[in-house]
Design a protein around this ligand. Structure first.
Ligand code: AMP
Ligand code: MG
Length: 329
């Protein structure tokens, strides 16, 4: 059996063998440090860790073609969280800075297995800050990544060496491209991507491969994102949101943005993005009563592990991977 090659689907199906391999252990040691460093950094920034929800009446619809999973909860239709974004907005009424290690289920399209960066089950460190802007959030994301890379290099040098990964230190002032500038760059390299849509997976990988350090893309066009990303009041059609991308072809690391938090604003955006307000009863009621304005982002833990360890696939970066379309433990 080819379970030695952890990028093989055989090693996903026969996971009880794969988890014993030396290489897998090295990855999991690094992942343990990554989780420790993420938490240490956020605590220093005075974030409070909360427990993430797993099920609820509604979840994040802005998931780029993936399907949500529905369950019956004592006769009521419930969803498994595709992200806890609505709950983060609930919590910042209580604490100004919160985060959670949030497990998410998204039935991604079958072809996403080929990107090597999509799982059907993954985890984010998902955070939210009240009364802050997307510039604050990008600055925080930058500091977070610098700190995690520094810690891993310092504490897991042996593991990185064993994995054959030469991880270069990252420094501040990450490059920041507007979505428009990113599209122009892609177009000048032969990727005829749209100015008014999300960047497709292949173009995102190409954009990432053009860079040697992490960078941001910000100001996405209006209908490319969920109803909760805030439109710039002075620049209609542009959202005050961002992604951070890893270099070397690894693609998206983070998505985040300022929140549309007014009842009327959200209703308008729900109509525009084809979301049925009926399904978001408690959330809309909460907005009617008022929540602080806020900004937040989520960083995928498996993707971060993959990039730090320099792994061919995301399923080498998690003990029990769920690859779209593959039944495994
Ligand atoms: P999103 O808000 O949809 O961009 O998700 C936030 C972050 O979670 C992304 O930037 C990724 O790091 C991670 N993520 C999203 N979808 C997946 C997936 N299918 N598999 C692994 N990680 C994911
Ligand atoms: Mg995203």
């Amino acid at each position: 059996m080819k379970t030695q090659d952890l990028s093989s689907l055989e090693s996903v199906r026969l996971r009880y063998r794969a988890v014993r391999h030396h290489r897998m252990k090295l990855v999991l040691k690094v992942q343990d440090q990554i989780l420790t460093s993420l938490r240490d950094f956020l605590r220093k920034e005075r974030f409070i860790e909360i427990l993430a929800p797993i099920i609820g009446p509604a979840t994040d619809p802005g998931i780029r073609g993936a399907k949500q999973v529905s369950i019956q909860y004592y006769g009521a239709p419930f969803k498994i969280m595709s992200s806890m974004i609505l709950y983060k907005q609930m919590m910042i009424s209580s604490f100004e800075k919160i985060f959670a290690l949030s497990p998410n289920i998204r039935l991604e399209p079958l072809e996403s297995a080929k990107t090597a960066r999509h799982l059907a089950e993954f985890r984010q460190i998902d955070l939210e800050m009240a009364y802050a802007s997307y510039d604050d959030a990008m600055n925080l994301a930058e500091g977070l990544l610098i700190s995690v890379v520094r810690d891993v290099k310092e504490k897991c040098g042996g593991e990185l060496k064993g994995l054959g990964r030469e991880l270069t230190e990252v420094y501040g002032s990450f490059k920041r491209l507007t979505h428009k500038q990113a599209v122009e760059l892609l177009r000048s390299n032969g990727y005829m991507v749209s100015y008014v849509e999300e960047i497709p997976w292949d173009a995102e990988a190409a954009l990432s491969a053009m860079h040697e350090a992490p960078f941001f893309v910000y100001d996405y066009p209006l209908v490319s994102r969920g109803f909760y990303d805030r439109e710039d009041p002075n620049r209609p059609g542009i959202l005050r949101d961002f992604d951070m991308l890893y270099p070397e072809g690894y693609g998206e690391a983070i998505s985040g943005g300022e929140r549309e938090h007014t009842y009327e604003g959200v209703l308008k955006r729900m109509k525009l993005t084809g979301v049925d307000p009926e399904e978001y009863g408690w959330y809309l009621q909460m907005l009617k009563e008022g929540v602080p304005h806020s900004v937040g982002f989520g960083i995928g833990v498996e993707r971060l592990t993959r990039w730090i360890c320099g792994l061919k696939t995301i399923w080498e970066a998690v003990p029990f991977p769920k690859v779209p379309g593959i039944a495994s433990p």
